[in-house]
Design a protein around this ligand. Structure first.
Ligand code: CDP
Length: 223
């Protein structure tokens, strides 16, 4: 490979973006960055420190005290918040419930986007999120916009969360996804929207293997 390639994957909550992003990165030996994990870690910090989401001075101060790091073994997302491994805690429902409100805050987005752009400066990368093809890397080599039937998305996420959250219900998961999609698509700062040049990938009826083959066929011409 002689050129740097950026693959941007955006889409609704829980429609398989990270599954595809990880698989692509592994196959192509690219760096994988789960941008959602960064917003989740910031949301966790705000929860722990009881940051009022309307207090912009406190938010600015908090952002200066937040240090996020990815340490990528095995293409899973391992993220630390000020040195503490939080990869599991950020997946819990209390974080899922507040993350979209946190991600709508301008100061938070400016800081995260700056860090994300730095990660894509030198190496080939696959990044998934909501604004990767529109705001973070508007010149990405290939952009995907993923979608899937909301009921299927809720079922997939429910199965993923259930082992560690035996009390969780499918309805609760469905509501959370619907609410986050609403917040993400209607916010003022870089709302979730398909970039004009993004390839639509509806994976309602696709297996992870099938979606990988589809995505690979679109990236391979640039290798
Ligand atoms: O995995 P899931 O689809 O549940 O969401 P995620 O990728 O972990 O992202 C969690 C939340 O972070 C989203 O609902 C968005 O509110 C926010 N987010 C964002 O605003 N911009 C991104 N680039 C990535 C995530």
């Amino acid at each position: 490979m002689n050129n740097q390639i950026i693959v941007a994957i955006d889409g609704y909550s829980s429609c398989g973006k990270s599954t595809l992003a990880k698989a692509l990165a592994k196959k192509l030996h690219f760096i994988y960055v789960d941008s959602g994990a960064m917003y989740r870690a910031v949301a966790l910090y705000f929860l722990r420190h009881k940051i009022d989401l309307k207090d912009h001075d406190k938010i600015a101060e908090a952002l200066k005290n937040i240090h996020l790091n990815f340490h990528s073994r095995d293409y899973e997302t391992h993220i630390t918040l000020n040195g503490e491994e939080v990869s599991e805690e950020i997946r819990q429902m209390h974080v899922a419930e507040s993350v979209s409100a946190v991600a709508a805050i301008r100061e938070v987005r400016l800081e995260m986007v700056k860090q994300q752009q730095r990660m894509g400066q030198t190496k080939s990368i696959v990044m998934d999120g909501r604004d990767i093809g529109t705001a973070v890397f508007p010149d990405a080599t290939v952009k995907f916009f993923m979608t899937a039937d909301p009921k299927i998305r809720a079922e997939r996420r429910y199965k993923e969360l259930l082992p560690k959250n035996p009390q969780i219900t499918l309805e609760e998961v469905f509501e959370n996804l619907a609410h986050r999609d609403y917040q993400d698509t209607t916010r003022i700062e870089s709302p979730l929207v398909r970039a004009d040049d993004a390839i639509i990938l509806d994976n309602t009826d696709l297996t992870p293997g099938e979606q990988l083959l589809f995505a690979l066929s679109r990236v391979e011409p640039f290798l």
